[in-house]
Each structure stands twice: as C-alpha cells, then as structure tokens.
Design a protein around this ligand. Structure first.
Ligand code: ADP
Ligand code: MG
Length: 538
C-alpha cells in the first residue's frame, strides 16, 4: 500500500507560520506529543475496563528517546494506535484543521502570543516547530489491524504506507530541524519533561528511568492521606523550600471539576519574588504557572497545584478573565481558604497565633481586596500588641473600651508603625496604661484605613500623633521641669528649627521620664506619607 495526498485544503502552507509564530515556546511540542501518547494509553485502559478490549493490556507506558547521531526524538506508547484510515481522519483532517484554526485565530495577535502559548494545545502539528520531517509508525489495538506509516516533510504533502510493527501502539519520530538541535541534548529533554510531564498519569520513561509520579496526592481522597503525605508532596514540588505551614485540599466536582492542594508557605521577607508558585494542570498535564485570573490576586503567594479540565486552556487571556467557570473557581478557592483559616483559628488558636506572622499578609490583603473574604476574616484576623499578645478585633475593642480613660464616643486604638523609632511614645502610652498595637508591615497602612472604614466609632491613631495628648487628658498633669516662660522659649526655638507648619511642637513630658519636647505630625499627613511609601493601591 502506498498513498500520497495533500493535507493543504487551503493554499497557504501553515508550517512556516506555526514555526515562526510559536518561536518563543518551541518546547511545548514535547508536552503535546507526550500527552497524546498518554491519552492513547488511557483510552486503552478505558476500552479494557468497559470490555471493548479483552486482550492483555500489558504495562501501559510512554517512552521518550533521543538519538543524537540520527538526529531524532522518538515518542513511543503502547496505547490504542491508529489504522491508516484513522491517521487520515485524526491526523490529516482533524488535527490539521485544529492547527489551521489556531494559526488563523492568532496570527494577528503577536503581542499577546506569549500568554496564549502554553495555554493553547496546538496538538500534534506542534511537532513541526522543531522537526523538518515527522514519521508516525502505528498499529491499532484492533484485531488483525495492519501497521501503518505516515511521513510528512513539513510541506503539506504526506505519504501513508504499510509498515512493520509487532506491538500495538505508536511511535512518533521527529527528524529534528537544523535550527532546533538544542532538543537533541538529553538534559534539555529531561528539563522539559520535568516541567510538563512530572505528574502525568502513566509512567513516562526517559533514559531508562521513569521521570514522573503518576499518582500525585491531589488525585487521591483527603481521607486517605496523612500529614506526612502532604509534606512529602510539598518537598517534591519545591525541594528547597522550608516545610509549609498548612494546606488545603481542593476537591469538587460540581458545578465545575477541580482538584488540587494549596499550601501556605513559610514566607521569606522578599515574598514579592515568590509569585507563580501555583501550578495549573489539566488532567495532570502541566499547563502553566501563570494562574492569574484563576486564583485571586491575594492568594498568588500560595504554593501548590490546581488541576481542572474545566479551565479553558485554549483561549486567550481576555477570554479567560470573562469565563464563568474561571470566576466560579476563583470564588470557590477564596471561600475554601477563608473556611480553612477559620477552622484552624477555632480549633487550634495556638497554632494559628504561632503562624500569624506568615499568614497575616494573605489575610490582610484578602480583606482589602475581597469583601466576602473580609466578612469571614474579620472574626479571625489578629491584632498583635506591643507586648506580644494577639487579639481579635472584638477582643481588642473590648480591652481598650475597658481601659480608655477619655469618655469620647470614639474608641481610639493606638498603634506603632515602628516600635523601635517610636519607642519613647510607646512607653509613654504604656506607662499610662494604654495598650499599643504593632502595625508595622507594608500592608498595614492600608489595613488601618480599612479598619477605620469598616469599624464603627473606632479610630486608629499612631502613638506619636497629636491625639495621644487628648487621649490622656483625664490623667493628672505631670510636673514639668521647665516653667511656662522657658517652655514658650523652647517651643519657639524648635518651631523655627523645624520650619514646618504641619508639625506640632509640645513642651511637656508625656511621662515623668520622657523627653521634655515632643514633636508630632497630624495623623492624616503621616498616613499619606506611609501610603506613598507603600506604593499606593491595594
Ligand atoms: P488532540 O490531542 O487535542 O485530539 P492532537 O492534534 O494532539 O489533538 O491529536 C489529534 C489526534 O491524533 C488525537 O485526537 C488522536 O486521535 C490522534 N493521535 C495523536 N497521537 C496519537 C497517539 N500517540 N496514539 C494514538 N492516536 C494519536
Ligand atoms: Mg493532543
């Protein structure tokens, strides 16, 4: 048998376009071909389980091999295979039109292409990103099927001939193009396999080793897993990281299908650089670590995996944002995280407090950016006082209410944004029996603003703001070491030296041991400054 044909229904030759178009992300050819091979074995498994195939399944697996001499990469599987008719249908028609559609759809979106690629399964024809010629040698599982060989040199012409092959399954042989010889380096192949194929559901062999874990724990039931399992898996994902604080096993199949595990990492000070630690999978095939839109912004610092066949991967970013299942997934994840935190807070407050420094940034950021999250988190967000104790908002308000000496309507919560620099003020306040909160992280200036907005009859004042005087007005006046004239003189001296009308100079010790002169800045001014420093926006 020999058959020649032309797969170009359109006059245009799509291969040069595929190649040029996907220039930045050639490596995904391997993901596409290996996942096709995996699909073929999975189909075999299914046929066997429903009794459509009664023979010996054997050990289902996929093999990747590089031959540097011959300049080939071969992807082999013992899946369902194809007959010549099936090649014509699936490779020449369906896969080809899929690739054509891809090119048609995206050839004018050059700017966006880096985002699209990696989310779009170009499929079988992505082989031509790195190969100048591709052969398929395949034999269907069907009884009496004849092996077939498809050969295509990157033009739109192909040949189908009969072939020699004993075993059921498929070999895809890529004759690597001259400009793609980097892919003949075994290390390169291993790196790509590691990235995309690490958790494929069928054993993938390279250089005699199985490179994947076919049964990652997110595919299992939470009840069947131990704490150790979760920690081990975390190590597998991030070998260098410190153990996680805790985790959430996501497991839902209605109204969308989603599994995964999200870990709260131990944050480093430079948490800004730790983004993109959540990996997105579709049926155990790695898709991307750009999970923006799927995961709420404030949870981007979490680590772990999300696996969902319902996340549309074959569309552009703007479509992804508007997609309703993506929105639902986003909401679901937010809810799960809030519930988990609430649960730990209620069941094990000690652990919760111990980890607070690491999780506070998630919680505060979440409260700032998502009202639903705020509603849940307001009951477990913790305020730390300068004496190291933790309070919920309600607990703290009750504490201050009981201690506050001025009788104004407003409840005033004092805080320090820098316990070291504001040391004198903190001590002064404490010596009068006031509790002072430590709100000194970058996010806290926004957090403070939000608390004031949300909490009724409550203001927060920095411990060195002018208000502290008024707060302590009911206290007995302290003896000053200076007389009134001396005070006035000193005040003038300081005012001239500072030369800033926004500052207030007060000559009177706040407490017996305090410095005699205190310079304060109105709360709002100071807060503006903090905001600017924190880079605005929340
Ligand atoms: P998709 O995987 O989305 O269907 P592809 O372009 O990757 O699209 O593949 C097209 C079709 O070719 C597959 O659906 C399958 O029928 C067939 N195919 C590709 N690779 C194999 C393989 N290794 N074994 C059996 N069939 C395959
Ligand atoms: Mg495919």
């Amino acid at each position: 048998m020999e058959e020649r044909g032309n797969i170009s229904i359109h006059t245009e030759n799509i291969f040069p376009i595929i190649k040029k178009f996907l220039y930045s992300d050639h490596e995904i050819f391997l993901r596409e071909l290996v996942s096709n091979a995996v699909d073929a074995t999975q189909k075999m498994k299914r046929l066997s389980s429903i009794g459509e195939f009664t023979g010996d399944l054997g050990e289902l697996k996929v093999k990747v091999a590089v031959d540097k001499e011959a300049k080939t990469i071969t992807i082999s599987d013992n899946g369902i295979g194809m007959t010549a008719e099936e090649i014509k249908k699936y490779i020449n028609q369906i896969a080809f039109s899929g690739a054509t559609e891809f090119v048609e759809r995206f050839k004018d979106t050059a700017g966006e292409k880096d985002q699209i690629i990696g989310q779009f399964g170009l499929g079988f024809y992505s082989a031509f990103m790195v190969a100048s010629r591709v052969e398929i040698i395949t034999k269907s599982f069907r009884e009496g099927a004849e092996a077939a060989r498809w050969d295509c040199d990157g033009s739109t012409e192909f040949t189908i001939t009969s072939a020699e092959r004993e075993e059921r399954g498929t070999d895809i042989i890529l004759h690597v193009a001259e400009d793609s010889e980097e892919f003949l380096e075994p290390m390169r192949i291993r790196t790509i396999l590691d990235k995309y194929c690490k958790f494929l559901p069928v054993a993938v062999e390279f250089e005699g080793e199985v490179i994947n874990n076919p049964n990652p724990i997110w595919t299992k039931q939470p009840a069947d897993l131990t704490e150790e399992d979760y920690k081990e898996f975390y190590k597998e994902l991030y070998p260098m990281a410190e153990p996680p604080l805790f985790w959430i096993h996501l497991n839902v199949d209605y109204p969308f299908n989603l599994t995964g595990i999200l870990y709260f990492p131990k944050l480093k000070n430079d948490f800004e650089v730790q983004r993109n630690k959540i990996q997105l999978y579709s049926r155990q095939v790695f898709i991307t670590d750009e999970v923006k839109d799927v995961v709420p912004e404030f949870l981007m610092l979490l680590h772990g995996v999300i696996d969902s066949p319902d996340i549309p991967l074959n569309v552009s970013r703007s479509f992804l944002q508007a997609d309703s299942s993506v929105k639902k997934i986003n909401t679901y994840i937010t809810k799960k995280v809030a519930d988990k935190l609430s649960d730990i807070f209620k069941k094990d407050r000690e652990t919760f407090e111990k980890n607070w420094d690491d999780i506070s940034v998630f919680v505060k950021y979440g409260m700032l950016s998502d009202d639903k999250f705020y509603e849940k988190a307001k009951d477990f967000v913790l305020l730390q006082s300068t004496d190291g104790k933790y309070y919920t908002i309600e607990e703290y308000k009750a504490l201050v209410q009981a201690n506050q000496t001025n009788k104004s309507e407003q409840l005033v919560l004092l805080y320090t944004s820098d316990a070291e620099k504001q040391h004198a003020f903190v001590e002064a306040a404490q010596s009068r029996g006031y509790n002072v909160l430590k709100l000194d992280s970058v996010i806290d200036s926004h957090f403070i603003g939000m608390l004031e907005q949300k909490l009724e009859k409550t203001t927060l004042k920095r411990v060195d703001s002018e208000t502290i005087d008024k707060l302590v007005e009911t206290d007995e006046t302290k003896e000053s070491v200076l007389n009134d004239t001396e005070k006035e003189e000193l005040k003038t001296v300081y005012e001239q030296a500072i030369n800033n009308k926004n500052m207030t100079v007060e000559v009177a010790p706040l407490a017996p041991d305090d410095a005699p002169v205190v310079i304060t800045m109105p709360e709002f001014m100071r807060r503006m400054k903090d905001m600017n420093r924190a880079g605005g926006g929340g």
